[in-house]
Each structure stands twice: as structure tokens, then as C-alpha cells.
Design a protein around this ligand. Sequence first.
Ligand code: SAM
Length: 361
Amino acid sequence: MLYALQTLPGLGDFAWREAETHLPAGDGPGPKFVGLKAIPGRNDIVLVAYRGSPRPFLGLRTSEDAFIVAARGFRVAPDDRGPRQIYAAVRNSEDVPRAIELWRRATGGHQQGGSFRVISRIVGRQKFLRRELGRAVADAVREGWPGRWNLVEDDADLEVWATLVEDELICALRLSDARMRQGGKVRHLPASLRPALAAALVALTNPSPDDVFLDPMAGAGTILLERAAAGRFAELHGGDINGLALSAMQENLHGTGGHVYLSRWDAQRLPLDDGMVDKAVVNLPFGKQVSDETLLPALYRGVLAEVARVLRPGGRFVALTGDYRLLETARASTARALRPGPRHRVIVLGQPATIGEYTRQ
Ligand SMILES: C[S@@+](CC[C@H](N)C(=O)[O-])C[C@H]1O[C@@H](n2cnc3c(N)ncnc32)[C@H](O)[C@@H]1O
């Protein structure tokens, strides 16, 4: 069966790597990469062929939603033939009965039908509107899918997501609900990261059970929560200069077992010993997240110097910033012991941002 994982722009490769390592192979051949589609500025969609149960898809942390693909269409015309081709592809797909059955088993939905709604998206220069794509799909479901399906606006039993990227249609049933996107977080702050992005940052540290892990500017603690979700650790250290952030962090980490130390601190003067940290991840403030942008260069220099001091030789550092040049300038001036590795481009709250990987020399 074909599944689709939806994540943030730039995280498609992360979502695939996590699926590849976390979906059990069982007796079958294991997950297989089929393709990556970008909805510019909105989402990456990863297509994965998999023989096992859909349930493990719901536990993936670097994806925000999981779907089972019920129909695909290729070479969809950009003119008024397009909606007719889409109708036929969705109505006649041989995968529909099996997709509905797997959706029902994964979500406890109704076998004989129920209510449904269609979420439609178009990338490309089609001469028809998104509304017409949605109508073609809704008609095909009502008139051709097994069971009785009633179209509604909201609160549907079944969500059918129809995505047309240029001339290719993916029509998929949503398996996940809002919980997958929230990643177990209870409280958010305005500058809080999306959990899927925090999970990608954590994955780049290669989590291991003996990690002493640090987030020096932890805000509501999203990165710490994702580190806890990634498996056992020796110690988690997080802090923030802002008292409100610390209380949100404490609330979010409340149920996390193990050695978790949360403090109010200035990340430029960490109360931690030299070389005691194995892995550090930070989501640096940038742009409008701070009241005075002129303070950022000094802040970046101070934080990087402290990260270089507390990391042990060979330790890993992963930083997310909206201003990579500023990060690099700060590193070159106060933290040369952090050797730069690969970089990854992502979109955060509509703005381009960069993830930098470093190793402490
Ligand atoms: C981009 S936010 C981090 C958000 C966090 N990753 C989350 O998901 O909630 C940056 C954080 O740095 C904190 N901060 C700013 N200056 C600081 C400093 N000198 N020391 C420690 N934290 C600081 C801010 O209060 C803010 O919570």
C-alpha cells in the first residue's frame, strides 16, 4: 500500500529517514521510498510504499500528518479536461476499498461510510480552480466509493486530501489527528518551534542512551520534549532567561521521567562544567522574535562561546537560525572549536531558516 507523510518544507528527507529506520520490516520487505513532492512554502510530502500496518506511521515525530493513498492520477490536463480526469481517477481507483479498510482499522472509523470532507490543494498553472478539484473528488467519493458518504464542511469522519502537483494527483485519507502535530506539547509560546522541526534537530544529534543533552535557550521546551521522545538519555538540561518561558517548559516537561534539570539562566553564562555535555541543540532567536535586533551579534557570540565550552570534544551541536551568516560570524569569532558540518534549509513561520551541524574539536 502507498502512504503519504506530510511535514514542514525542507523536512521531507528527515521524514523519510525516520520512516526508513522506525517502520518495522516484519515479514515483508520494509518501507520503500517512492517520491517527495513539495508544496512550496507549505509542506513536503513523502510517498512511502509499505506492507505493514498503518499504525506505526502515527508515531513518527518528524512528520505532522500521515495518510493512506487511495488514488493517484498522472498527466492530468491543465485545462477543463483535468477535473474529469481527476473524477475518473478517484472514482475508479482499485486501491480505494483496501485504503478505506486500513483507514477504518487505524482510526476506528465506520465501515459502511459516514461523513467526509475534501481538502484540496493545487501547485501549478492549471486553468481550473481548487474548488473544481475539490468538487471532482467529492463527486467521485459520493458516487463511486463503497459505502454511503455524506459531504460535510467540518468535523468529518473521513478527511480526503486531494493534492495536485503540476500534472500529478495524490488523493489520500488522513490517518492522523491534531495530536501528531502537537507532539505531546501542552503549552506554546509565540516563538515556539513546531515539534516536527524540533524532532529533526534532535535526530541530527544521533541520540544515544548515555547522552547529557542541553538546550541553552529552551523556551517552552519543545526540543527537550523531542529529545525525551527520541529514547533514553542520561541527563536533560534546559533553561531560558525568561521566567514565563521557564514555567511553560516546566509544565511541558512535567511528565518526563529521568534526570531533567530546568533552570532560569543566561545562556551566555551557563552554570555547567566544561566538557560535561555530549549533545546541544539550540533554536536561536532571530528577526522579530527579539525586541532589539542590534543585540543579536553579541548574544550569538556569547551563546556559541558557552556551547563550545560545555561540549566535550567530539560532542555534537545543532543550531537553527534565520541568519546563518550571523551564526557563522559568531562562531568564527568566539567558538572556532565548533567545526561546521552540513547545513539544511527549512522554512520556519514562512521565513527561510538554516539548520547548521557542528562537531566540537
Ligand atoms: C526562538 S526561542 C526558542 C523557542 C523554543 N525552541 C521553543 O520551542 O519554545 C528563543 C528563546 O531564547 C530565550 N533567550 C533570549 N536570550 C536569552 C539568554 N541570554 N539566555 C537564555 N535564553 C535566552 C528567549 O526567552 C526565547 O525563549
